[in-house]
Design a protein around this ligand. Structure first.
Ligand code: USQ
Length: 418
């Protein structure tokens, strides 16, 4: 199968490319490398050193004997998206090229607008290009479990049956997202669902939980490392807790710490995406996968990280900090996840084992963590403040470039296919 991965340089895009190549699929990709730049703007960096993209491609060639065709550019450019699809004519597109940080989207009005303009326009460009050029191809769109929020009832897998005022229907499960970023995914979901219906496209909307881990079976060399973020803006709670423990900082659950989320290991996410690709939906079918293995509270994560740290002679404290987010800190959480197991999905990795690996891998790069210690502690982005630029500047060197509310002028710069 010919698969185009948008956002191929990202945390999950890169391992997905390796996974698909190793299973004999043909892979092409696009990226504008903006995540590398934006993480640095807030004073962070990947804990694991990631090779420049041409070196990644050379390593794939040398170690796997495979080629990835690459296009440098921005999905906010219609002509770029159109040109890439016209050239590649993929059987499937995995769309990961979106701004993926909730705190980044909450920095100020410019970051909120940038997040939504970029994410929605990229998806719309892809939908239009697929309708015109590859109407039979399958779109696998990365959404998030955070689209649903934390309702006081079970969370259906995309759709649910409802009786209301004497009538019955099957309707999308309500979305109650918790950041401008998460809302951008909600709006995307509506757009993908609508385009699929009017143009008879095939689409899978992946409500993915929080990803974790540094390894997949194909990451066999440091040139193939995927990124690992741990700063306040780009790092997830689990990543941050491990780094806090290694650096001797307190582990920082926000508020009561009883917030629950669904989690899935990087390697298992690759398995899920592969299963989705290898079992495409019918024309006109929009399906939703709740892609996670188990739910954990932030306090459970903190305790697991502390337990692993203790075994290694580290003695981190757990210090609840005032919650900078507006979110339920104690709530019911029971999302249904049945679609992937029906396709043969089986969890391979446990959270405990992967936390051990993360400690192993990050401890070797302790100096990189030390160099970005200032970006770890919370307090820079508060949901209740309209403007957090001061909080962010305080921890970043250099200060972030001023954002614009205009759609980012897209780069159409094209690197020759390799
Ligand atoms: N949290 C802490 N302490 C911290 C950082 C976060 O307690 O130091 C809490 C947050 O308040 C939140 C929970 O941990 O309640 C999860 O936050 P997170 O930063 O780990 O993850 P989140 O912002 O939800 O976003 C991440 C990814 C995003 C993806 C999403 C999946 O960055 O791209 O869509 O996880 S989900 O959470 O299912 O929406």
């Amino acid at each position: 199968m010919k698969v185009l991965i948008t956002g191929i340089d990202g945390y999950s895009g890169w391992p997905l490319a390796l996974d698909l190549l190793s299973r004999g699929h043909e892979v092409s990709g696009l990226d504008n490398f903006v995540t590398r730049k934006r993480v640095k703007e807030v004073g962070g960096d990947s804990a694991l050193p990631i090779a420049p993209f041409p070196k990644r491609l050379a390593a794939v060639r040398q170690l796997m004997g495979k080629e990835i065709r690459f296009h440098k550019g921005d999905v906010t450019s219609w002509s770029f998206v159109h040109d890439v699809l016209a050239e590649e004519r993929p059987d499937a597109v995995v769309h990961l090229a979106e701004q993926r940080s909730a705190p980044y989207s909450m920095i100020d009005v410019h970051h909120a607008v940038r997040t939504q303009v970029e994410n929605l326009s990229g998806t719309l460009h892809l939908l239009y290009a697929m309708k015109e050029l590859t109407p039979d191809a399958h779109l696998v769109k990365m959404g998030t479990m955070g689209e649903y929020g934390t309702p006081n009832i079970d969370i259906a897998e995309g759709f649910f049956e409802i009786d209301y005022q004497g009538r019955h229907d099957r309707v999308p499960f309500p979305r109650q997202a918790g950041s401008w970023y998460h809302w951008s995914k909600v709006h995307d979901s509506g757009n993908v669902m609508f385009a699929t219906r009017i143009w008879q496209l095939r689409s899978t909307d992946v409500m993915q939980g929080v990803l974790y881990g540094t390894r997949t079976p194909q990451i066999t060399d440091r040139r193939l490392f995927t990124r690992f973020d741990f700063d306040e803006v780009w790092g997830t709670a689990l990543n941050r807790f491990v780094v806090e423990a290694i650096l001797g900082l307190p582990i920082t659950p926000y508020g009561k710490g009883e917030q629950k989320r669904g989690f899935i290991a990087l390697e298992d996410s690759m398995q899920s995406l592969r299963l989705a690709l290898e079992h495409p939906p019918a024309p006109g079918e929009y399906r939703v996968f709740n892609q996670f293995d188990a739910a954990y509270s932030v306090n459970e994560l903190a305790e697991l990280v502390r337990a692993v740290a203790e075994k290694r002679g580290l003695h981190p404290t757990i210090e609840h900090t005032p919650n900078p987010r507006t979110e339920a800190e104690q709530h019911y959480y029971n999302p249904i996840h049945e679609h992937l197991p029906r396709l043969g999905y089986q969890r391979q990795r446990t959270l405990e084992a992967v936390i051990e690996e993360i400690f192993d891998d990050l401890t070797k790069y302790r100096r990189r963590l030390e160099a970005h210690r200032g970006s770890v502690m919370p307090g820079g982005v508060n949901w209740r403040h309209g403007d957090n630029r001061e909080g962010i500047s305080a921890r970043s060197h250099p200060a972030p470039a001023p954002a614009s509310t205009e759609a980012t002028p897209a780069s159409t710069d094209r690197t020759p296919a390799t």
